[in-house]
Design a protein around this ligand. Structure first.
Ligand SMILES: Cc1cc2nc3c(=O)[nH]c(=O)nc-3n(C[C@H](O)[C@H](O)[C@H](O)COP(=O)(O)OP(=O)(O)OC[C@H]3O[C@@H](n4cnc5c(N)ncnc54)[C@H](O)[C@@H]3O)c2cc1C
Length: 526
């Protein structure tokens, strides 16, 4: 007999299969030897009270042999001779999951990617971290797997209703992720494991007769009579297909400029801007787990904070327990930080973005104060984002050294005489971040830090370092699409996709958007 139970266990109990088994027996009212095995179906941590609990949903096999987890294995068709093909621009999560979905439907994906394959990309990241030199085509944002490859690999989203989240998780599992992604409330893969998964996805695409081309950058769109006829690439190729998915991510500013220049409608889109905060992990553990030292059976703690300060949302973003702050710029002269962690989350630091919502009116006001003239067009917020990144680069003194301040000093308008140790490899330079960030962002963050300190013991501390600037939180541009076909309003075979187009904010939502567009394209062809 198979039975489902919900158990509430102490962390060390939840870490022991024998203990779980005996709790199942107790709950089922049977001797422990009758429980022949179990599967964990759900797992979450409840750290609201002094005693931290692990909630487990388990399926128990009572007096019957245990079976393996039900593995949904998606099958992909041979598309070598498919009658229809789709060019996908960008091999990030949106592009790759669109390609996989097309394979399921028997449509040939032709993926073009400006960057390099995952392995070659690694050398460019090392150069960026160690020598402060960025390759504009191969960095934390560009290359196979997009911004998702050397990301933290947290697989959860607030927009789970926008698509088939379970399928995305199942596919990650199918291509090599640990089975924990299927049942943990906050699944996480880790930067060290993502490249293998992305490589397996590429192999699947190629094995089925799909195409994936690296170092192939879209530079031109040839269109007439409301349709794309072809796309051109930097190496001089002209490529044609029946439809075109544009999944170039939030950092492909040249794509936004290209669309604007070709009068293909784009709109400016509010985004969030701020800094990355790093604390010693033990401070976050102590605050979240109400202890002085984290129990070995508990993972490094995370947090999610949000507050309204003077009518503006201030919120934490992409929290990485046991993580590293990374240089995520795509161009020389611009400083952008983000965060990642390995699967074990075993670094001594906890970092997260701390950002403030920015509107078009804020950007207009900012440029006015700077006495800079700027066109209030669809690229306004992109220019604003870029201007702050350039300021941050200059304040750091070059080579992607990041300007930084201790949290207490930041909040009290004081310079920091020294900075704590930090995971950011290119290094930090003390700076007054009020000279880097717009006034409204700086003041909102000051208010945010103080109130987060009241919510979370130990958060507000001079042991934490504030690093500028966290600016690529989402796209500053939206590429519109029609609600009924999801195609661009002016070009009926152009499908704007993923985070860069403004329809996703993270790996899972980008992947779901890719799947959604592939399904929509297929639906229109049958
Ligand atoms: C360090 C870091 C950590 C992150 N951690 C997480 C996390 O833990 N969880 C999470 O959900 N999200 C995380 N993110 C965000 C996540 O990676 C993105 O939201 C996601 O990758 C967006 O997917 P996408 O496919 O829409 O775009 P992208 O991943 O940005 O992919 C776009 C692709 O298009 C390519 N491209 C751009 N222009 C062209 C062109 N002209 N021609 C051809 N190709 C082009 C790019 O090279 C890139 O490969 C992180 C991001 C970073 C940088």
């Amino acid at each position: 007999m198979q039975k489902e139970f919900t158990l509430r266990l102490k962390p060390q109990e939840a870490a022991s299969p024998e203990t779980i088994q005996s709790y199942i027996a107790q709950t089922a009212g049977c001797p422990p030897e009758d429980v022949h095995g179990f599967l964990i179906m759900k797992q979450s941590i409840d750290a609201r009270s002094k005693q931290v609990w692990i909630n487990l949903g388990v399926r128990a096999f009572i007096q019957e042999p245990p079976v393996q987890r039900n593995r949904i294995s998606y099958t992909f068709k041979d598309v070598q001779h498919a009658s229809k093909s789709v060019i996908i621009v960008g091999a990030g999560p949106a592009g790759l999951f669109a390609a996989l979905q097309l394979l399921e439907l028997g449509i040939k994906p032709i993926v073009i990617e400006r960057g390099k394959d995952v392995k070659s990309r690694r050398r460019d990241l090392a150069k960026l971290n160690r020598e402060g030199i960025v390759n504009p085509e191969s960095n934390y944002c560009f290359g196979e797997g997009g911004a998702g490859t050397y990301s933290d690999g947290k697989l959860y989203t607030r927009s789970s209703k926008r698509g088939n989240m379970d399928k995305v998780l199942q596919l990650f599992y199918q291509f090599g992720a640990d089975e924990t992604v299927l049942y943990q409330s906050h699944p996480h893969i880790g930067t060290n494991k993502l490249p293998h998964i992305i490589t397996a996805m590429r192999q699947q695409i190629l094995d089925c007769g799909g195409e994936l081309h690296f170092n192939k950058k879209l530079t031109d769109i040839v269109h007439s009579n409301g349709k794309i006829n072809a796309v051109r690439t930097a190496d001089g190729d002209t490529l044609k297909a029946d439809a075109y998915i544009l999944a170039t991510g939030h950092s492909a500013r040249d794509i936004f400029v290209l669309l604007n220049r070709q009068q293909i409608l784009i709109e400016s889109k509010p985004f969030a801007l701020g800094v990355r905060i790093e604390h010693p992990q033990e401070i976050i553990d102590a605050a979240q787990y109400h202890c002085s030292v984290r129990e070995a059976a508990l993972p490094p703690a995370s947090y999610s904070l949000v507050e309204q300060v003077n009518g503006r949302g201030v919120f934490s973003f992409c929290m990485c327990p046991g993580g590293i702050i990374a240089p995520a710029a795509t161009d020389p002269g611009e400083l952008v930080v983000n965060g990642w962690s390995p699967s074990k989350r075993n670094n001594p630091y906890a970092n997260s973005g701390m950002v403030v919502q920015v509107s078009e009116a804020d950007a207009v006001q900012y440029f006015k104060q700077q006495k800079q003239s700027v066109q209030a067009d669809a690229l306004l917020l992109m220019h604003f984002q870029q201007a702050i990144e350039q300021k941050a680069f200059q304040a750091g003194g070059g080579k992607f050294v990041a300007p930084a301040q201790r949290m207490g000093d930041f909040s009290n308008n004081r310079g920091s005489a020294s900075l704590p140790d930090c995971s950011y490899l290119p290094g930090l330079a003390t700076a007054s971040l009020n000279e880097v960030l717009p006034d409204f962002v700086y003041k909102s963050l000051q208010g945010g830090f103080r109130s987060f300190g009241k919510k979370m013991r130990g958060y507000f501390t001079n042991e934490a370092v504030v690093v500028a600037t966290e600016s690529r939180t989402s796209s500053p541009v939206r590429i519109p699409r029609l609600p009924n076909t999801l195609a661009h309003p002016q070009l009926s075979n152009l499908y704007p996709c993923g985070e860069g187009a403004g329809y996703a904010g993270g790996i899972v939502s980008a992947a779901m958007d890719g799947q959604k567009l592939a399904l929509m394209i297929h639906q229109q062809w049958i």
